[in-house]
Structure formats: C-alpha cells, structure tokens
Design a protein. Sequence first.
Length: 118
Amino acid sequence: QVQLVESGGGLVQAGGSLRLSCAASGRTFSIYRMGWFRQDPGKERESVASIGWSDGNTYYADSVKGRFTISRDNAKNTMYLQMVSLKSEDTAVYYCAARTRTLGYNDWGQGTQVTVSS
C-alpha cells in the first residue's frame, strides 16, 4: 500500500496560481502511475492529470491543458501540480492517487481544497 498526503491547496483569486504537492510513502516501488483528480460537491470526480512514475509520460484533461503542469520528483517520492490562470470552475477538492501496473488507482490521499474566487 502507498500512503499519499496532499498539500498546497487554498483560496486564490481567479487568474492566480497554486502548486499542489503529493508526498508518497510506503510501497513506492510499486507505483506505476500517479494522478490528480478533483471533485466538487454534486459533481462527478474528474481526472485532471496523470504522470508515469518511471517515464514521465503525461496526460491532461482538456479543461486544464495549457494551464496545469504535472511533474514528479522520484528522489523525493513527490508529485506536483502547478496550476496557473485559475478559474472559478477549478474550485474543488483535489486528490492525488497512485496505481500499480496491473491495478487501478487504489491508493488515495485525503484531499486538499482549492477555492478560486471570481
């Protein structure tokens, strides 16, 4: 099992920036890919971005392309999400998650709130 702890959320004005971090511990050797997800009350959970833990291959949802950048530091077992040009519709609880090569996203963090005021 991998333990994940997010940090970096907060309140920001529209057009502002935030950087989220996700620190992984435990069976980090089993990580194949990590991702950021978000969920606003009353809405379905949305996949925001993901990154291959070894090859760095990235994926972005259309809604965040050009504004969000996902990265990782393998030495620190930490993943990041740099968010710029934030919009009110980016308001949500952001979760990081990890998956192995054969299983889905089974390990999740506790979430960090991002609120963008317009």
